[in-house]
Design a protein around this ligand. Structure first.
Ligand SMILES: C[S@@+](CC[C@H](N)C(=O)[O-])C[C@H]1O[C@@H](n2cnc3c(N)ncnc32)[C@H](O)[C@@H]1O
Length: 275
């Protein structure tokens, strides 16, 4: 800990933050994350005009304190992009064409994007579905959830900087986005048909899941990496109960679950099939 820091942040305070975020969001923070925690939460102390982390953390003793939402939002890592790990979208497209050509509005393909961050991932799914069915309003429903309410707000708006879509093809840009002009130049907005395919809701993967029916496909990418092994396997067990047999589970590039082979068979490149 360096003494030239603006706020008092002791080893005890760090341990306290580690416990709070683990118990409430499942996120395991290693010792190396000390500086990251300091810088992310320093903004919150500044906002409250508090000078010590222990005083700030006292606010969270009240389970209903509005600061809880800000605390969790500050400590989540929301990095994402359109068509991240592009091979997953190629796989999705083939899977849809091979298995769901008979889907209808009454019996749509059901997809869950379980850590959707600012929306680039569920909208990439929506674009892939639209392309696979060859229509902008295909028979598909996408549920997109995240713990962080700030990223959900941005996702619902569906407005992005132009450079975030630079790698998309000209056809994708034209079909799926409106280009901003005037005050909004330099921005793009998802077309309403795409937005209407996706429902955004807050959901903590560690809490109870309110969804009743099963999904055909689940994306849970680049979030389980923040959880410890017992939490990851508990989640996989829950995913298996929410995914139809033969359904696909897409996980992040550095996530692998060899001990779940009784419920999920590794297909290839971080795509698992529900046994
Ligand atoms: C690194 S982003 C990954 C986004 C996207 N899935 C992707 O791969 O591009 C991780 C996301 O997981 C969310 N997250 C972290 N802990 C969570 C939890 N317990 N429940 C639900 N979402 C969580 C974060 O808010 C963040 O948006």
């Amino acid at each position: 800990m360096s003494s030239d820091r603006e706020f008092v942040f002791t080893a005890n305070d760090f341990a306290h933050v580690q416990k709070l975020i683990y118990d409430n969001a499942g996120i395991s923070l290693s010792e190396q994350k000390n500086d990251l925690v300091y810088s992310r939460l320093a903004k919150r102390l500044r906002k409250h005009k508090i000078h010590r982390f222990d005083t700030y953390l006292q606010l969270l003793e009240d389970e209903k304190h509005p600061e809880w939402e800000e605390f969790i939002n500050a400590l989540t890592t929301n990095l994402t992009s359109f068509f991240r790990e592009n091979h997953h979208f190629t796989r999705l497209s083939h899977h849809l064409k091979d298995n769901f050509s008979r889907a209808t509005k009454d019996k749509p393909v059901k997809i869950w994007c379980a850590a959707s961050s600012t929306g680039e991932e569920p909208y990439s799914i929506a674009m892939t579905v639209a392309s696979a069915f060859g229509k902008i309003n295909p028979p598909a429903r996408i549920l997109a959830t995240d713990l962080d309410t700030k990223v959900l707000d941005k996702a619902i708006q569906g407005i992005y900087q132009l450079d975030t879509i630079e790698k998309l093809s000209a056809v994708q840009k034209e079909r799926f986005f409106f280009r901003g002009n005037g005050k909004s130049s330099g921005q793009v907005m998802m077309r309403p048909e795409l937005k209407s395919m996706v429902t955004f809701n807050q959901l903590n993967l560690l809490s109870d899941w309110p969804m009743k029916g099963k999904f055909d496909l689940i994306f849970c990418r680049n979030v389980m990496i923040y959880f410890d092994k017992p939490t990851q396997y508990k989640l996989l067990d829950k995913f298996s109960k929410h995914l139809n047999k033969g359904g696909l589970l897409f996980v992040g590039h550095s996530e692998s679950f060899p001990d779940a082979s009784h419920i999920f068979k590794l297909d290839k490149q971080t795509v698992y099939i529900r046994c």
